[in-house]
Design a protein. Structure first.
Length: 143
């Protein structure tokens, strides 16, 4: 079970993130998670949205360069040690974590994470076998 992440390339200059967010707002696309990685000249917005197909169409029509990547979304208890538990599961299964970022919802006592790993299938199996709740694209849409 994976969720689609949009990785959008934007110039690293004032107002670019605002313009991107305005585009999503105008098209009633709701962000669930956002991460920004930057260099001197450009940034990569990693975005999880409520409707990834519609967002991809809107972003493409607006002329953005982007890619779609399958990632894993998980729910973990919002308490000390939860991230360590996930990292330990991945380590024991010999799965490399390429990057991760967190997001919040209105649900109390639960934290949510996006994981980009080298092997989604292997990670899904390891996490599921260890009782980690994987969040589906449909669940993200309903949050």
């Amino acid at each position: 079970m994976t969720v689609q992440q949009l990785s959008v390339f934007v110039e690293n200059k004032p107002g670019q993130l605002a313009e991107f967010c305005k585009l999503l707002r105008e098209n009633q696309i709701d962000m669930r998670a956002l991460s920004i990685a930057e260099t001197k000249d450009f940034g990569i917005l990693r975005v999880i949205v409520d409707d990834s197909y519609r967002a991809a169409c809107v972003i493409k029509d607006a002329g953005y360069v982007f890619s779609m990547t399958k990632t894993i979304a998980i729910a973990v208890p919002d308490e000390p040690g939860s991230l360590y538990r996930i990292l330990d599961i991945l380590k024991d299964a010999d799965i490399n974590l390429e990057y991760t970022y967190a997001f919040i919802t209105r649900k109390k006592d639960t934290a949510y994470m996006i994981l980009r790993v080298a092997d989604n299938e292997k990670a899904i199996e390891a996490l599921t076998n260890n009782g980690v709740h994987l969040v589906s694209q449909e669940e993200l849409s309903e949050m």
